[in-house]
Write a protein that binds this ligand. Structure first.
Ligand code: KIV
Ligand code: ZN
Length: 504
């Protein structure tokens, strides 16, 4: 083991998946596990096999599907749990059993109705038993955050003597202060005999918003494994965010001199995959992966970022797989920001044109909170001749569970109406393929987002798309009660912008 390496143990599929509404089926879990492998995590906690046949199957199938990371399964300190976990892991190239028991006063007294001595006995027996099946055994002392350090040290020592390769110190209730949690890790390092034979792991919950801070305090004090989830999802307020810890180590590399295997450029795509499969939106201001994490809204910041992004950005968005930062247009935005956005929409203005546009922009911005591309187009339309574009003239789709999805799309273009038909893996894919046949230039779909405004099935769907042409990104938007129509219109909206930008 390299003492300068921080090992990433991802529990999105276990602690994260316990959240109501986030449950995934086996196929979806395999997709996430493969993404985690590509992201470079060291250990994937795949489930709690004894809890349900579905969890058992997922652990078994992920064991076959990934080869690089350690595949881990959770158990209680119960023989049956350990046997079932070992069985589920039998195809894993690098299996790990994660077994443990509660060690705090609350858990021993009220949950386990036991005594401190009996908990130590069960620790020894569980680790010992797990070692019969796999070499790599991780022990967790549940609620270690509220366990007194002296007793915790005894439990951890027992686990290591019985053969634990990793000792996990969970702040199960998210109660610890960073200093306190860091001191706990240091205490164990200094007082547990044989501690050098095991890796100390952090596992922090976010009930008081301190999960990442506590994890970092753990690392500073000698922990070399961090248990994290993508987007910080997990029980209650969640677990430590993978992306936050990875980017702290990267952005502050001079302070830590530590490294990890996370391929940071895959962070954003993994975040969005987990968010969409688990139906768990990422809060807009979430560090590293939130929609606003690289969005600048005040005029001073916008001007500063456009001059040099280092003025207001400590992370290069490209380092986490975000193509570029964004500038939010409000009444506080300056000319530089307006000019920049108009250019991405395909408008290149002379100074006097920009000045008069800016006056109109401010008038509208005073009435509206944020100006979107459509608003700018409206302003531009009053001062410039009507923009060229594509317009949806007709759409027919055939889809269902027994036919190959096919779409026929008719578009009004400069050269008159053009109709094309294509098939795809779904109605939207088919419709987009038909539109691509109509276009003369090559466009690449980069992002596609459908959102419902309220919750009913009669709701309006809002569709945002981002397409790429010759290295530049163009945005498109539409809304309709028919999401296939909205999708095609949003796609056409984006490609119309390419057309305008090229022909200007
Ligand atoms: O939070 C916790 O204590 C846990 C353990 C089961 C590892 O998730
Ligand atoms: Zn947990």
């Amino acid at each position: 083991m390299d003492n300068n390496r921080v090992y990433f143990f991802d529990t999105t599929l276990r602690d994260g998946e316990q959240v109501p509404g986030c449950q995934l089926n086996t196929i979806e879990k395999i997709e996430v596990a493969r993404a985690l492998e590509a992201l470079g995590v060291d250990v994937i906690e795949t489930g709690f096999p004894v809890s349900s046949p579905g969890d058992f199957r997922s652990v078994q199938e992920i064991s076959k599907a990934v080869s690089e990371p350690v595949v881990c399964a959770l158990t209680r300190a119960v023989k049956k749990d350990i046997e079932v976990a070992a069985d589920a892991l039998r195809h894993a190239r690098r299996p790990r059993i994660h077994t443990g028991i509660g060690t705090s006063f609350f858990h021993i007294e009220y949950k386990l109705n036991s005594t401190r001595e009996k908990i130590i006995e069960r620790t020894r027996e569980a680790v010992h038993y797990a070692k019969k099946f796999v070499e790599d055994v991780e022990f967790y002392a549940e609620d270690a955050g509220r366990t007194d350090n002296e007793y915790l040290a005894r439990v951890v020592e027992e686990a290591i003597t019985a053969g634990a390769t990793v000792v996990n110190i969970p702040d199960t209730t998210g109660y610890c202060l960073p200093e306190e949690y860091g001191a706990k890790i240091r205490y164990l390092r200094e007082n547990v005999k044989g501690i050098h034979r095991a890796v100390i792991s952090t596992h922090c919950h976010n009930d008081l918003g301190m999960a990442t801070a506590n994890t970092v305090a753990g690392i500073i004090n000698g922990a070399r494994q961090v248990e994290v989830t993508v987007n910080g999802i997990g029980e209650r307020a969640g677990n430590t965010s993978l992306e936050e810890v990875a980017m702290i180590l990267k952005s502050r590399s001079k302070d830590f001199s530590l490294f990890c295997g996370i391929r940071s450029k895959k962070i954003f795509s993994t975040s969005r995959l987990v968010s969409s499969l688990m139906n768990m939106p990422v809060q807009p201001n979430k560090a590293v992966v939130g929609r606003n994490a690289f969005a600048h809204s005040s005029g001073i910041h916008q001007d500063g970022v456009l001059k040099n992004r280092l003025n207001y950005e400590i992370i290069d968005p490209k380092d986490v797989g975000v193509r570029q930062s964004s500038i939010i247009l409000t009444a506080r935005s300056g000319r530089a920001a307006l000019k920049h956005r108009l250019e991405t929409l395909g408008y290149r203005l002379e100074k006097n044109e920009l000045d008069s546009m800016y006056v109109k922009f401010l008038e509208l911005a005073d009435r509206k909170k944020e100006l979107k591309d459509d608003d700018l187009e409206a302003i531009a339309g009053t001062s410039r001749k009507k923009a060229r574009g594509f317009e949806l003239a007709g759409l027919q789709v055939l889809c269902g569970n027994s036919v190959q999805p096919t779409a026929t799309v008719t578009v009004n273009t400069e050269n008159g109406k053009i109709t094309e038909t294509a098939s795809g893996n779904g109605p939207i894919d088919a419709a987009f393929s038909a539109v691509k046949k109509i276009l003369s230039r090559k466009v690449q779909l980069e992002e596609f987002l459908v959102q419902a405004i309220t919750r009913g099935s009669d709701d309006i769907g809002k569709v945002h798309v981002q397409v790429e042409n010759r290295g530049k990104l163009y945005y498109g938007f539409s809304a309709s009660t028919d999401i296939i129509t909205a999708s095609v219109e949003a796609f056409l909206d984006a490609v119309s912008k390419i057309e305008r930008s090229v022909k200007q």
